[in-house]
Design a binder for this molecule. Structure first.
Ligand code: ZN
Length: 439
């Protein structure tokens, strides 16, 4: 029993939000001290190992970029006042900007200033990862206040040979087959897109650690795109052991759940996630696979074709706060994060318990009454419990898994699993020999 199991959901949500708030101010990027510092904070909660690849290393069709670090950045007016200040928001600098020190007229600077005219108070989030460039992001209102005068522009950054870093938490289970949980960690102060996924993944690892697990679990905290590509390039064998996977992102806002299927479309994770969503009591939608989005793009590239889906609440790009300063700590909610964690735990539960059984009394129905199996154990209503037992007995022919039975009966997986446990105890059911991993 670990310390999270007995915690009430509201305390758990508050603790999750507090963790997100702690790492919110860090200026992360795909490389550099910010992402490493984030991993060190995660390391305080779960056992995490850092892995590094040198700049210039070829990973499939990509090359690990130089490492970016930043200390300060500003635009100063003629009085020396900072009219744009990195210290107030790390979104003010285009992420991966090369160092700059110059005096420029506003008219010369304008092409390098990015705003969101439709949301005049918000600062956009922009990157310049794979091209040498620089720029500033600011609110439209701030831009409007600037005079057409000369400004002092400074970006105190470095772009040098260094390392790309990612973090892994591995929880060994009875099987060497793995469940992959992946979250990107490369965005600076953005809460839903980045920190919510990191936080739910971290707490899921905490929740599972110390449990006797059927599968081994690998939690990856990685820079988006290049991190997943580097991990896949360096871990072909581990990738081959992935039986189920989830990318977690945007799981803290108040929107309903969205699960994007893996490229396979009918993998066990796709069915498990869809089933759990159907019974979760919140608005939920299942989306087909598409080759854009988050790191499922890499895991589901045709050479790997891993059974990895993506769990979100609001879908990236569809909410106005996406990639802006409005995706802040007020945009994510303790309760939503705790419920996202609970949903992930339910999906894991299905994966862990989804097995096939054999009815040992397949010629007509066994007489339940004489075995005291027409009673309620107090979990569900008596009708649901007895129905679940009849479904499990009828479909346990060694061909149907508990998830198959849950889907066909329309009953929640937990009710089907409870029935199977009871029937096992009574001797009416036996575990079928595992015939392979695709259940
Ligand atoms: Zn993003």
């Amino acid at each position: 029993m670990n310390e999270l199991e007995g915690m009430n959901p509201s305390d758990l949500g508050i603790e999750m939000h507090r963790f997100a708030a702690e790492i919110y101010p860090i200026c992360r990027s795909i490389t550099g001290e910010g992402i490493r510092e984030t991993f060190k904070q995660i390391q305080k909660l779960i056992p995490v190992q850092l892995h590094e690849v040198a700049s210039g290393t070829k990973v499939f069709d990509w090359v690990v970029p130089r490492e970016w670090n930043i200390r300060d950045a500003y635009i100063k007016d003629s009085t020396g006042a900072r009219v744009v200040d990195f210290r107030q928001s790390n979104l003010h600098v285009v992420n991966y900007s090369v160092p700059v020190s110059a005096r420029l007229l506003l008219s010369e600077l304008k092409d390098r200033l990015f705003t969101l005219p439709e949301h005049p108070d918000w600062i956009p989030y922009r990157t310049a990862y794979y091209r040498e460039d620089w720029g500033f992001c600011l609110s439209q209102n701030r831009l409007r206040q600037l005079q057409d005068a000369e400004y002092e522009v400074c970006i105190d950054s470095t772009l040098e040979d260094g390392r790309l870093t990612w973090a892994e938490c591995f929880l060994p289970g009875a099987s060497t087959e793995e469940v992959l949980i992946s979250a990107h960690a490369c965005h600076p102060s953005l809460a839903n897109d980045n920190l919510s996924g990191l936080t739910v993944a971290t707490f899921l690892a905490r929740l599972l650690s110390g449990r006797a697990l059927r599968y081994s679990y690998r939690f990856l905290f990685i820079p988006g795109t290049i991190g997943a590509i580097a991990w896949l390039a360096r871990n072909r064998e581990a990738a081959g052991r992935v039986r189920h996977g989830l990318v977690l992102t945007c799981v803290g806002d108040s929107g309903g759940f969205h699960y994007k299927k893996s490229r396979r479309g009918d993998a066990e994770i796709d069915r498990a996630a869809a089933h759990v969503l159907r019974h979760c009591g919140e608005p939920a939608e299942v989306l087909d696979f598409s080759p854009y989005g988050y790191d499922e793009r890499q895991y589901c590239s045709p050479g790997f074709n891993l059974p990895v889906g993506c769990l979100m609440r609001s879908v990236w790009g569809t909410f106005p706060e996406y990639h802006t300063s409005a995706d802040n700590l007020d945009f994510i909610h303790p309760e939503q994060m705790a419920r996202s964690l609970r949903l992930c735990a339910s999906i894991v539960d299905v994966l862990e318990k989804n097995k096939k059984y054999l009815n040992r009394n397949p010629y007509c129905e066994p007489q339940l009454g004489k075995r005291n199996l027409y009673r309620s154990t107090g979990g569900e209503s008596i009708d649901v419990e007895v129905n679940a037992r009849l479904w499990v007995l009828n479909l346990s022919d060694g061909e149907h898994s508990l998830l198959d039975i849950a889907e066909r009966s329309g009953l929640p997986f937990a009710a089907i699993h409870d029935a199977a446990e009871l029937l096992l105890e009574s001797g009416l059911l036996a575990e079928a020999a595992e015939s392979g991993s695709d259940g």
